[in-house]
Design a protein around this ligand. Structure first.
Ligand SMILES: [Zn+2]
Ligand SMILES: [Zn+2]
Length: 254
């Protein structure tokens, strides 16, 4: 694109930056491009670069210590019994991604930069081409009332628009208001607190479908597991998981 054609976008960004000066939530420098959301371009690049420091479990996408030699597909050894087929996140819960997740809990929008990252991450799911339905991980209705929106639904909607796949916000509900997960809760305690937390309301939508469930953050994968199990009980063919961030490393599993 020529510099001339870029000019209106530059002017729009520059005047928006003058009218609504935003500072990067990571480093405090001004954000020059509206589409970058809460972080400056430099911090997005640092966040993306951080991902290159690790290897990843091919099923659950948890970061693994990097091996010297290029390894074949690796598994973490912890996720074998989890009921989902595979999970992918845009990156670890760090830097610009972490700040974007925090902002999304307050404001129901995602930046263009994050949207692009989400879409390219979706296509990294091994079964992306088979997926037929998008389901945002539901909030319990009391929590949704408190927040007034479900951040997972904002992400799922962006994905549905980009892929032309249908999304359902009513096929699955959260029928149990589970305690907020505390940092110290190990994955067994999380799994127990989640048992029976989700219910399928539209079994015909679920049966025989390949589904992706969407959320902002995946930690141990207990929530995704519980949902995948619930959907599989209703004959879902396969359930994958897509999140903005992954908030745990394999060596922090307990
Ligand atoms: Zn920055
Ligand atoms: Zn794994």
């Amino acid at each position: 694109m020529s510099a001339f054609l870029k000019l209106p976008a530059l002017l729009r960004d520059a005047s928006a930056a003058l009218l609504f000066p935003t500072h990067c939530r990571v480093c405090g420098e001004p954000v020059a491009h509206l589409q970058d959301g809460v972080a400056c371009r430099q911090c997005w690049q640092t966040t993306e670069g951080e991902r290159l420091n690790f290897d990843y479990c091919e099923k659950c996408d948890v970061s693994l210590p990097r091996l010297q030699q290029q390894a074949q597909a690796r598994r973490c050894g912890v996720c074998d019994d989890l009921a989902f087929t595979s999970a992918r996140a845009c990156g670890n819960h760090f830097g610009a991604l972490r700040e974007s997740v925090l902002r999304l809990k307050l404001e129901p929008t995602i930046s263009e930069y994050l949207r692009q990252s989400l879409i390219s991450t979706f296509w990294q799911l091994p079964n992306a081409r088979e997926i037929e339905l998008i389901i945002p991980i539901p909030l319990h209705f009391s929590r949704q009332q408190e927040r007034q929106f479900n951040q997972a639904e904002i992400i799922a909607r962006a994905l549905a628009q980009a892929t032309d796949l249908p999304m359902s916000v009513s096929a699955l509900v959260r029928s149990k208001a589970t305690e907020r997960h505390r940092a110290g809760m190990d994955s067994k305690a999380r799994q127990q607190s989640l048992q029976g937390a989700f219910q399928v309301r539209a079994p015909r939508l679920i049966a025989d479908r390949t589904i992706v469930v969407v959320d902002d953050v995946m930690t141990t994968g207990s929530t995704a597991h519980e949902i995948a199990q619930t959907l599989r009980e209703h004959q879902a063919r396969a359930v994958s998981v897509l999140t903005l961030t992954r908030a745990v490393t394999s060596w922090s599993f307990s």
